[in-house]
Design a binder for this molecule. Structure first.
Ligand SMILES: [Zn+2]
Length: 334
């Protein structure tokens, strides 16, 4: 089985485990129904729900985020680093849940609006600041970086400083981060090992394609809209169950949001795949179809995956789709 398919199956298993766990809690008679409607009390209760959920789903995460990348040799990850990442995620989730409980208690009619806006704001902070801090690398100052500068100038692409990335992650080959004049290009060292100069230019042109078509802004707006819709729908459904005790309401909201975020991911994946193909089209118009074609063939493995699972759960289209997209564009321009 390929990496993508194994990962997708683990993701689906994780979703059903979470739903099952929350349904079990909802049906449980052991959970106190009338916990005092107090911020600290509810926060403590929510913390324990999240902690149990974390512990129950942890074996699946070990499989999907530690074992699978090792098995497919995607990147070197020590168990300590994996654990650190998971614990940080858990901590961030617990902190993000606090404003949500606060809004639920203070503004019962508008908790969905304030909670989803808080969540979108934290996504924005993550995209603008934290991701930039997470990427580390040394500045590339050699013949290649000069050639890249010439290439960017020729195609009037907003050229900025080029860095060789130190911490490599699974999906990342080249990346354009930052805003305004602080934009930086990060190249993964595997690009320099595997690709020719022209192929590297094509990968860069793909990244500039994302920039030119404002994909990051579009993705952020889409995610904000979907989050708002999920929270609003949860609130609407919840209004049918209002007599429930406060603890059960929190579990019910978690359950609804788990289901909605699963659906949200599918919608955002469909858009993300569309954006990848658009960026490919831009790259082939800028630096020729053939250069991108050979770069893609070197970087991606032909995958023999399930059509539907691949369409719904992968954020980038597979090699076959990307090559087909190049061919179709070639025909259109002829
Ligand atoms: Zn891309």
């Amino acid at each position: 089985m390929t990496y993508q398919l194994s990962k997708t199956k683990a993701k689906i298993l994780l979703f059903f485990t979470e739903v099952f766990f929350l349904l079990l809690l909802l049906a449980s008679k052991k959970i106190p129904d009338n916990l005092s409607n107090d911020f600290y009390c509810l926060s403590a209760f929510t913390f324990f729900v999240l902690l149990f959920q974390f512990l129950i789903t942890f074996p699946i995460k070990i499989y999907s985020d530690f074992f699978l990348p090792q098995k497919f040799r995607l990147y070197e990850l020590t168990f300590f680093n994996f654990l650190l990442k998971e614990l940080t995620n858990f901590l961030v989730t617990t902190i993000l849940v606090l404003p949500f409980i606060f809004f639920l208690l203070k503004t019962p009619n508008f908790w969905w609006l304030f909670s989803s806006l808080t969540l979108s704001l934290s996504l924005l902070i993550n995209a603008l600041i934290l991701q930039n801090l997470a990427l580390k690398g040394s500045k590339l100052e050699n013949e290649l970086s000069q050639k890249i500068a010439v290439f960017c100038k020729k195609h009037s692409l907003p050229f900025q400083n080029i860095f060789l990335a130190e911490n490599q992650t699974e999906v990342f080959d080249a990346s354009l981060i930052g805003t305004g004049k602080n934009k930086k290009i990060f190249l993964n060292s595997n690009l320099l090992e595997k690709l020719s100069e022209q192929e590297i230019f094509s990968v860069l042109a793909h990244e500039f394609g994302h920039l030119k078509k404002n994909h990051n802004t579009k993705k952020f707006l889409l995610e904000t809209l979907l989050t708002l819709l999920s929270f609003a729908s949860a609130s609407l459904i919840l209004s049918l169950f209002l007599p429930l005790a406060s603890t059960k309401i929190i579990i019910l909201i978690f359950l609804l949001l788990t289901v909605f975020s699963f659906l949200m991911e599918i919608i955002s994946n469909l858009f993300s795949q569309k954006f990848e193909l658009e960026a490919d089209t831009f790259a082939s118009q800028t630096n020729g179809k053939q250069n991108l074609n050979s770069a893609l063939n070197k970087l991606l493995q032909p995958e023999n995956t399930n059509f539907w699972l691949d369409l719904l759960f992968s954020h980038s289209p597979n090699l076959e789709k990307r090559l087909k997209n190049l061919e179709t564009n070639q025909r259109k321009t002829l």
